[in-house]
Design a protein around this ligand. Structure first.
Ligand SMILES: Cc1cc2nc3c(=O)[nH]c(=O)nc-3n(C[C@H](O)[C@H](O)[C@H](O)COP(=O)(O)O)c2cc1C
Length: 364
């Protein structure tokens, strides 16, 4: 058996998984059917809790356990808060005027919307006792890391650079999620201002991180079939985390126009953009994303102000399934996937992966 396969099998066994395939946490897509299907297939179910109030986190976990089993492994995910944004009323008015060409008028105060309180969310996560809390956009402080450890919850930190991975291990992270720049959704850079300049593809990032840290590394970004998953394991990952490709499964419950566009998106059909939230993330190059990148468009406001300003446009687009103005996050590899219902797809991916790495044959 290859070293990559035995490393992946050992990691999966330690996490009580049958396959080294993890659902990527995705805020805004808290699909219970998707998480349950991944768990049933022996992968790691995940939920991105950024937008959920503390009570809703506990409710979601209770419903997940009712479906998937009380001891099903589970990853919850939180965003470490950025420093407060610098506000500029004049500039925000320009952004609002621009957005009014792409959706409804932006009501006064829309830019003031804040995500739920991080400390209260962390309390709710600890009370819910998932197997893993993963973080993105920064690190836990020492007291928070200690509370997790005492609760028996592993801490996985997302890193987009080698320096971030090293800092996360020094802060006590039990594993690193190495997020390549292919990844759909927000980039997890600790410093929002460096997220685009330090956009490193997974092929360079993963082996460098694996060489730099003494903890398991989980690969994320552009993984959508057995080939890409196997390549990540060969490059040093102990498991792979799949986001955009799982959005193509029927259980994802995302907007139909977004799901349809993911099926045909070439790698070059996505863009890094700040146009939705103010933080860099990878989305389909829709009409709005392209317009926001034109020289005459105002720079997006900082996170989370821009997220509040774009909320009316995004909501209106969802109501009429209008791809041009949906927040249609997408990784570069999404169209490689041939997804069926999620449990069947994860199961077959696991078997193909084993075969590619010299384990059992796909038909076994
Ligand atoms: C719709 C969407 C929402 C996401 N939300 C989060 C999030 O809340 N927290 C997080 O750590 N990563 C988030 N991500 C990033 C994923 O966890 C993961 O890094 C990425 O999907 C992997 O790349 P791929 O999309 O090419 O598979 C999100 C990705 C997508 C597509």
């Amino acid at each position: 058996m290859s070293a990559a396969l035995s490393r992946a099998r050992a990691f999966a066994a330690a996490q009580r998984l049958r396959v080294p395939l993890l659902q990527a946490p995705m805020a805004g897509v808290p699909s219970l059917p998707l998480a349950t299907a991944v768990a049933r297939a022996g992968g790691l179910a995940s939920m991105g809790a950024l937008l959920l109030a503390p009570a809703a986190i506990g409710d979601w976990v209770a419903r997940f356990r009712a479906e998937a089993g009380a001891d099903a492994p589970l990853q919850l995910n939180l965003w470490v808060p950025d420093p407060p944004p610098r506000r500029d009323a004049t500039h925000e008015a320009r952004v609002a005027a621009f957005l009014a060409h792409h959706g409804p008028a932006v009501p006064p105060g829309a830019g003031d919307a804040l995500p739920p309180d991080f400390g209260a969310q962390l309390d709710a996560v600890i009370a819910a006792r998932p197997t893993v809390l993963s973080t993105i956009m920064g690190l836990l402080d020492p007291a928070q890391a200690t509370r997790l450890r005492e609760a028996g919850i592993a801490w996985w930190a997302t890193a987009t650079t080698v320096a971030e991975a090293r800092a996360a291990v020094a802060a006590g992270a039990d594993a690193i999620v190495a997020q390549g720049s292919e990844a759909g959704g927000h980039r997890g850079a600790f410093d929002a201002g460096r997220a685009r300049d330090e956009a490193v593809g997974l092929f360079a990032l993963l082996p460098a991180v694996a060489d730099a840290v003494p903890v398991p590394v989980i690969a994320a970004g552009g993984i959508a079939d057995a080939r890409t998953a196997a390549a990540a394991l060969l490059l040093g990952a102990s498991a792979v985390q799949i986001g955009s490709a799982l959005l193509r499964c029927p259980e994802a419950g995302i907007a139909p126009a977004w799901q349809a566009a993911l099926a045909t998106a070439a790698p070059e059909d996505t863009r890094l953009t700040r146009a939705f939230s103010g933080r860099w993330g990878r989305a389909l190059a829709t009409a709005y994303v392209q317009a926001a990148a034109m020289p005459d468009a105002p720079e997006p406001a900082p996170y989370p102000v821009q997220r509040g300003l774009t909320a009316p446009m995004r909501k209106a687009a969802e109501a009429i399934d209008d791809l041009a103005h949906l927040q249609a996050w997408s990784g570069q590899g999404v169209a490689l996937a041939r997804p069926a219902p999620a449990a069947a797809w994860i199961g077959s991916l696991g078997r193909e992966l084993e075969a590619l790495l010299g384990g059992l044959s796909p038909s076994a």
